[in-house]
Design a protein around this ligand. Structure first.
Ligand code: HEC
Length: 445
């Protein structure tokens, strides 16, 4: 007892804890920052040593306190995500204390070795490697570029993709890439100038989303042997977001595809709310409108295991959210992004599958801010905005990626989801007879 009291008194008497780079800060920075903050990656400076960190100390302190860094847009939800890139409050306050205390380096004996990063294919030798036939030239200066580059895969059979890994050559200028499959194998014929590919924020055609790559992301296999089907004859479409770096660069990526030996036992489905990125919602966002909202709900006709969740909107997107109300009445948050940023689109996979029973109600909402106060508003002054594929148009939805609990439920879910989309389209056409013409014009683009 006496020694406990002594210990307590001794603690009180200690000066404020001294935080050093070697002991406290290096492990945080090397594990959470260096993958992007190193030569050849898209971050603007390296964070690979004491002097790197000390040079940027105050900016780092601000960037982590505002949670601008590390980039991770999902708020804490009811379930944990895999590879969550989010500092704890304790880590943030350690960094702040370190900066306030003058950024001491600390003892040599505490030094952590500089992290190393593997070169070559990180997932092992791919089953198929495709390479862009010609380079896309990323200019030194100018606005961000969205470019769709399609490659024929030359598949003579349907395949199940378990992972995609890409090796960009203009790594420093590649902010992120979304992958799609064009089942018609036509996307590679589309051009709009001398450079490979075509512009715009959608890959065009009846495409199937296959995930993506973002700066600093590690390639992964889908969890638990899951895979996505790519039909024979399909093109792979890569939708690039380039961010010019001050130097002209050439992008001529190699893409490695990994295939499952056989069709997976459970097939993934997507439940998108509202369907087709709100195409049927009649988006009519007035200039100055600070909070334009669409909402959508869906009651599960069969039990599922939720695998992950993703969201999409353009620059005016502000808040995107999906909750699940269980049959017991309990409400769970699957995804909440309260500060949407088009530049950091991610898919959030749950650490463990989330069991959602039949009768669970999914609720999604998408909010847009078309006021001049939205720093990401691409129009100044704000303009009237409708649904569209260009960067000044809008769209938005939240998508749940899931597997049916049992294979028998797959057709039930698929047909129910399809029926829902058709119904929304029909309702829209009844409200707005010109809508059918608009859709036809969009599809013809
Ligand atoms: C996923 C990649 C990635 C990770 C991980 C990452 N950064 Fe960054 N960081 C960037 C990029 C890219 C930028 C440039 C800003 C932009 O394009 O939005 C940046 C910019 C910054 C800036 C400049 C901010 C400003 O105000 O100009 C700081 C400071 C920073 N990062 C610190 C960190 C720290 C500290 C960590 C780890 C705790 C970290 N970053 C993790 C990619 C990353």
């Amino acid at each position: 007892m006496r020694s406990l009291v002594l210990l307590f008194v001794a603690c009180l008497a200690l000066p404020a804890q001294s935080v050093t780079f070697n002991k406290d800060i290096a492990p945080i920075v090397y594990n959470n920052c260096s993958a992007c903050h190193r030569p050849g990656e898209a971050a603007p400076f390296s964070l690979l040593s004491y002097s790197d960190a000390a040079k940027h100390g105050p900016t780092i302190s601000g960037a982590v306190a505002s949670r601008f860094m590390p980039p991770w847009k999902a708020d804490a939800a009811s379930y944990e995500y895999r590879d969550q890139r989010r500092l704890t409050d304790a880590q943030i306050s350690l960094i702040q204390t370190w900066v306030k205390q003058g950024m001491p380096e600390g003892a040599v004996k505490d030094r952590t070795s500089t992290p190393t990063f593997a070169s070559g294919w990180r997932l092992g030798e791919p089953d198929l490697i495709v390479e862009m036939p010609a380079a896309y030239h990323v200019p030194a200066e100018g606005a961000d570029i969205y470019r769709n580059i399609a490659l024929p895969l030359g598949l003579s059979d349907d395949k199940w993709i378990t992972a995609i890994e890409m090796r960009p050559t203009a790594r420093a200028a590649v902010h992120h890439v979304l992958y799609f499959a064009d089942p018609n194998g036509k996307a590679h014929e589309k051009t709009d100038g001398a450079e490979p590919g075509f512009g715009g924020m959608r890959a065009g055609g009846a495409t199937v989303a296959l995930g993506g790559w973002a700066v600093g992301a590690q390639p992964h296999f889908y969890p638990e042997g899951l895979a996505l089907k790519v039909p024979k004859g399909a093109d792979l479409v890569m939708q690039y977001h380039f961010h010019p770096t001050g130097k002209p660069l050439e992008e001529k990526a190699q893409i490695g595809l990994y295939f499952a030996k056989k069709a997976p036992e459970r097939q993934m489905i997507s439940i998108q709310l509202p369907p087709v990125y709100s195409l049927f919602e009649g988006l009519d966002i007035q200039p100055g409108d600070k909070d334009y909202v669409v909402k959508d709900s869906y009651v599960l006709p069969a039990p599922i295991d939720a695998v992950g969740v993703s969201a999409h909107a353009h620059y005016l997107g502000k808040l995107l959210k999906m909750t699940a109300t269980l049959p017991s009445g309990e409400v769970k948050t699957l995804l909440a992004i309260s500060d949407w940023d088009f530049a950091w689109q991610d898919r959030y996979f749950f650490k463990d599958f989330v069991a959602l029973p039949k009768g669970t109600r999914l609720d999604a909402e998408v909010h847009w801010d078309n006021s001049a106060n939205n720093p990401r508003n691409p129009s100044s002054p704000p303009q009237h905005v409708e649904w569209g594929e260009q960067s000044k148009d809008e769209m938005g939805s939240v998508t749940l990626i899931a597997v049916p609990r049992s294979a028998d439920d797959l057709p039930v879910l698929q047909s129910d989801i399809r029926k829902r989309t058709t119904t929304s389209a029909t309702v829209r056409v009844m409200k707005d007879p010109k809508f059918a013409l608009k859709i036809r014009a969009l599809l013809a683009q």
